[in-house]
Design a protein around this ligand. Structure first.
Ligand SMILES: Cc1cc2nc3c(=O)[nH]c(=O)nc-3n(C[C@H](O)[C@H](O)[C@H](O)COP(=O)(O)OP(=O)(O)OC[C@H]3O[C@@H](n4cnc5c(N)ncnc54)[C@H](O)[C@@H]3O)c2cc1C
Length: 423
């Protein structure tokens, strides 16, 4: 009788989830487990506690998975003990005397280090570890180049993928066997209040992810105007709002891709429907950048050989964080982030540029603040985008400064967005 611990990380769903599929195919007994993360952004630039919206979204997503596993006749063990993830997982392996750990592999360096530490610990005890890809549209073996030869900029990456590869079909939900460790369904305690101005009024969880997809594609067909509306800042429907569900894995990118293709086949296909896929390819690019560049993604000099001359003035950082810089577009966006856990892509570009190029602060403080506050935080997308704006990514253009007055005139000509948040 072989038993494995099935470790859920940022893959909180059952369908299209290779580690889940593998665990139930290869082991007689499976113990599904989730280790609630330590709630601060652990980074040398600052350890900021998670915002209440992020806490709530994660908690709801775990509760949703727990319920689904229960419906399938098993139960999710949620570990909320003290200690590092590795210590806590090793303690569970020892307590339940399992033969293997099965889980998703993650691209960013801290998570990679967890996998390495577990590999080493387990090998000394003759326990297997198995890591599976589930986070990206393409698995590494499908990339039409070696990871070491990942293109230096997005366009050749996209073109090569579009020419030579196709995402594989999404995997169905497997049948589960009962877990030998019984625990009651996990019920959330965190509840952030919903700001009625929020552009992201969504709960976390698998059902919520599919409801949002159904709304954006099938019920309203908003996807057909995505290319024209995606630079918006106000309201729920200017963009898909898939990011938080993807970040914590309530839905997979391959599932979204399959639905876009189905929509194109059954309803219509235009530049906008393609553009949503195009943006998912940006996400894909940052996932592979993170995997290739490891800890460099988190260094001040990023992927460049020299680090920019930036410093840290706490007073300026506090003004940025609290939305009191005096720049209306920046302040409105920072207030929205604190009040809702979300900010549009247009807003993120502007506030990031302002921190780096106007306040001349080290970009990593901004990224760490985003990490703690964003409901959709994903290390690859967050740090990758910050590097890009700070001019230390692998793209050669060094200076990406946004003129916030010009941006406000162009994207918020009547001041509706700014007035919504600054009154
Ligand atoms: C400084 C900065 C930090 C960011 N941090 C994050 C982060 O932590 N997590 C995150 O998911 N996105 C991040 N983004 C990218 C982007 O702003 C968000 O993905 C997007 O605003 C989420 O809203 P949406 O799902 O409605 O996006 P849509 O416009 O509907 O796009 C669809 C999907 O494409 C992907 N996508 C779109 N733009 C990007 C991009 N520039 N980079 C990577 N993926 C993209 C996302 O998965 C998104 O859900 C960041 C951008 C900047 C400039």
């Amino acid at each position: 009788m072989k038993t494995c611990l099935l470790w859920f990380r940022n893959n909180l769903r059952l369908s299209d989830n290779l580690p889940v599929y593998h665990a139930y195919q290869h082991y007689d007994q499976v113990i599904p487990v989730y280790l609630y993360p330590t709630q601060y952004a652990e980074h040398p630039s600052g350890n900021f506690p998670w915002g209440e919206h992020k806490q709530t979204f994660v908690t709801q997503s775990v509760a949703s998975l727990s319920l689904l596993i229960e419906v399938h006749g098993s139960s999710l063990l949620v570990d909320e003990n003290e200690g590092t993830i590795v210590e806590r997982l090793c303690a569970l392996v020892a307590m339940y005397e399992v033969d293997a750990i099965v889980g998703p592999t993650e691209p960013a360096c801290n998570e990679q280090m967890e996998e390495l530490a577990l590999d080493q610990w387990a090998a000394e005890r003759n326990i297997e570890t198995n890591w599976f890809e589930e986070r990206t549209l393409f698995e590494q073996h499908q990339l039409p180049f070696e990871l070491a030869d990942l293109p230096q900029s997005f366009t050749p990456f996209r073109k090569k993928l579009e020419k030579y590869s196709q995402p594989a079909a999404a995997l169905p939900e497997p049948s589960l066997t009962p877990s030998p460790v019984l625990s009651a369904p996990w019920t959330p305690i965190a509840h952030a209040s919903l700001d009625e101005r929020s552009a992201h009024p969504y709960q976390g969880g698998i059902r919520a992810a599919w409801d949002r997809l159904d709304h954006y594609l099938w019920d309203t067909e908003h996807i057909t105007t995505y290319k024209e509306t995606r630079n918006g800042m106000l309201g729920a429907d200017f963009s898909s709002k898939f990011s938080a569900f993807l970040a914590i894995g309530c839905i997979s990118t391959r599932e979204i891709y399959a639905e876009i293709k189905r929509f194109e086949h059954q309803i219509t296909s235009n530049e906008s429907t393609y553009w949503l896929y195009f943006e998912l390819l940006w996400r894909e690019y940052f996932q592979w950048i993170a995997r290739k560049h490891g800890r460099d993604l988190f260094l001040q000099g990023g992927l460049q050989p020299t680090k920019p001359k930036k410093n840290f003035r706490n007073k300026h950082f506090e003004m940025w964080k609290n939305g009191t810089t005096g720049d209306p577009l920046v302040d409105a966006n920072m207030i929205e982030l604190a009040a809702t856990g979300f900010m549009s892509n247009r807003g993120r570009q502007n506030v990031a540029s302002y921190l780096v190029h106007d306040l001349h602060l080290d970009w990593r403080y901004g990224a760490a603040w985003f990490e703690a506050m964003l409901v959709d935080h994903d290390p690859a997308s967050n740090y990758g985008n910050w590097l890009y704006i700070a001019g230390v990514g692998n793209d050669p253009r060094p200076f990406r400064k946004f003129n916030t007055s010009f941006q406000a005139e162009r994207y918020d000509p009547k001041g509706e967005y700014v007035n919504t948040w600054l009154d």
